[in-house]
Design a protein around this ligand. Structure first.
Ligand SMILES: C[S@@+](CC[C@H](N)C(=O)[O-])C[C@H]1O[C@@H](n2cnc3c(N)ncnc32)[C@H](O)[C@@H]1O
Length: 245
């Protein structure tokens, strides 16, 4: 479904039907998915320019449409997805395109397992950029994603990066601005909205690279905003932080 939203060809009729229905109900779903992918690409380029040549992409979906290994072809990339169909299809896609990328089927909520398996292909003692792009809002609080991300932060070598995008809502932004109290809710996508403060907490106090935690379209944009960009609701926040020591 996500591949179809991004304009790819690796999808089935049932995916296309579901997204066409979703787009009628939530017109911003497809523009948001594309804004998210554009953020992922800018963040990967930024981190690669900072000298990182290893990426761990958690909840990656299919490695197409400008995924990390396409944006940073010199880097080693491990894609992790828990969906067996996605993982099998992803492995097939990579077999046909020689690259330094691998796919691991694993649950990011079991970070010890993810790290052990990623460690067969990546050097965990050197800097790695962990991508948690448009995935954490699919994980409910009851699954304790904070714990999983804390384990990853702890294990990363200094010089590593955490790249996060996460759905929030305008209403919630306004709530936050009003009295600063955290609120929780369900997003229209069936996931978990979190306030900007809770999204920031995933970085565990690591310093955020400029411009900080902002709307995904405002994170180091590489082109002027187009007319359509202005109509995007302010509902996807994005940031990149570095492990200093
Ligand atoms: C929105 S899609 C892909 C987003 C992709 N990171 C991007 O930004 O373009 C989310 C993917 O996360 C996967 N996923 C959901 N929960 C997961 C989990 N607990 N562990 C690993 N993958 C998960 C889904 O199977 C799906 O392919």
């Amino acid at each position: 479904m996500y591949d179809y939203m991004l304009g790819g060809k690796d999808n089935f009729a049932v995916d296309r039907q579901a997204i066409d229905q979703l787009a009628e109900l939530i017109p911003e779903a497809v523009p948001l998915a594309r804004a998210n992918r554009a953020f992922l690409q800018r963040a990967v380029r930024y981190v690669a320019r900072a000298g990182v040549d290893q990426f761990l992409d958690l909840g990656s979906g299919l490695p197409t449409q400008g995924s990390a290994h396409e944006v940073a072809p010199e880097a080693r990339v491990v894609y992790v997805d828990h969906d067996p169909v996605v993982a099998a299809h992803a492995a097939g896609l990579l077999r046909h395109a020689p690259s330094r990328a691998r796919v691991v089927q694993a649950d990011l909520l079991q970070p010890e397992d993810v790290l052990a398996r990623a460690g067969e292909f990546l050097d965990l003692d050197r800097p790695i950029a962990v991508l948690l792009v448009s995935i954490l809002h699919f994980l409910p609080d009851s699954a304790d994603p904070e714990r999983a991300v804390a384990v990853l932060r702890e294990r990363l070598a200094p010089g590593g990066f955490l790249v996060v995008s996460h759905v929030t809502t305008m209403a919630r932004l306004e709530d936050d601005e009003r009295d600063g109290r955290p609120r929780r809710g369900r997003s229209s996508g069936g996931g978990t909205d979190r306030t900007p403060a809770r999204i920031r907490a995933f970085f565990g106090g690591w310093p955020l690279e400029p411009p900080g935690l902002v709307q995904a379209t405002d994170w180091r944009p590489d082109r002027p905003k187009l007319v359509g960009d202005w109509s995007l609701p302010a509902s996807l926040m994005a940031g990149v932080a570095k492990k200093v020591h």
